[in-house]
Design a protein around this ligand. Structure first.
Ligand code: ZN
Length: 246
């Protein structure tokens, strides 16, 4: 039996026994951790706040073999705004699900941890479009886990020149394709508005996404749908939390 202290974000929380919960944590040092947190469903439970998804806390854990139990937790950020705004909650849950499905136990990714924290802070404090934040998060998240989408040159022929005439998107090549390479049979035909969404978001860092304004929700949704299919193709899993919302 040993104790570890780690900063982690609660990715998911499910009821367990009468008063307990099972948590999936994303820890900076240890990757995913599955831990039981006891008594949190009782009224006035001291650790109830740390058992909620999105909560960023310093956890003190008891490790016995592969099993962890939360002994104590001090909340650093609870992301109240994200949990209380429907759009932000769904989008944020999709971000948590992405991390849960791409990170493994004992296989930490500091980069993905930092990205998630940045994205949640963006949703929490800045007047950012949640869907634009999700698009940037998925582009960056895929890059961190090894899938670098090609969004500035044609992912098929590698050329840039033709892109000014418009472009489409190819799941197979993992990026945009010029009109010569991308046809109705092998790619998603993008409307000018959808091309604009991809272009603007791909050249804007996550820290500046809140500065972008979008006139059409539909264009953002179309791009998210394509990216969700791309994620599914790469990692072999669906992000179900967002799919239902679109
Ligand atoms: Zn091309």
């Amino acid at each position: 039996m040993s104790e570890i202290k780690t900063q982690a974000i609660v990715l998911s929380s499910t009821d367990y026994k009468d008063a307990d919960k099972k948590l999936t944590l994303l820890s900076v040092e240890y990757g995913l951790i599955y831990a039981t947190i006891k008594g949190v469903k009782k009224p006035k439970a001291k650790l109830a706040g740390a058992s909620q998804p999105f909560c960023f806390a310093e956890f003190l854990l008891n490790k016995k073999g592969e099993y962890y139990t939360v002994i104590n937790a001090s909340v650093i950020e609870s992301f109240f705004e994200v949990t209380n705004n429907f759009d932000k909650f769904i989008i944020g849950t999709g971000m948590l699900e992405f991390c849960k499905k791409t990170i493994k136990q004992n296989d930490p990714s500091v980069d993905l941890f930092v990205l998630l924290l940045k994205a949640l802070r963006l949703l929490e404090t800045k007047d950012a479009n949640p869907m634009a934040a999700l698009i940037r998060f998925l582009i960056d998240g895929l890059k961190i886990i090894g899938y670098n989408l090609k969004l500035d040159t044609c992912s098929c022929c590698g050329k840039k020149e033709m892109l000014s005439l418009g472009f489409n998107y190819s799941l197979e090549h993992g990026g945009i394709v010029c009109k010569k390479c991308g046809t109705i049979n092998n790619s998603y035909i993008l409307e000018p508005g959808e091309q604009g969404v991809i272009k603007n978001i791909s050249i804007t860092s996550i820290d500046d996404i809140f500065k972008l304004k979008f006139s059409s929700r539909e264009n953002l949704i179309s791009v998210i749908k394509i990216l969700l299919r791309q994620v599914n193709l790469f990692i072999g899993e669906e992000l179900t939390s967002i799919k239902q919302y679109l």
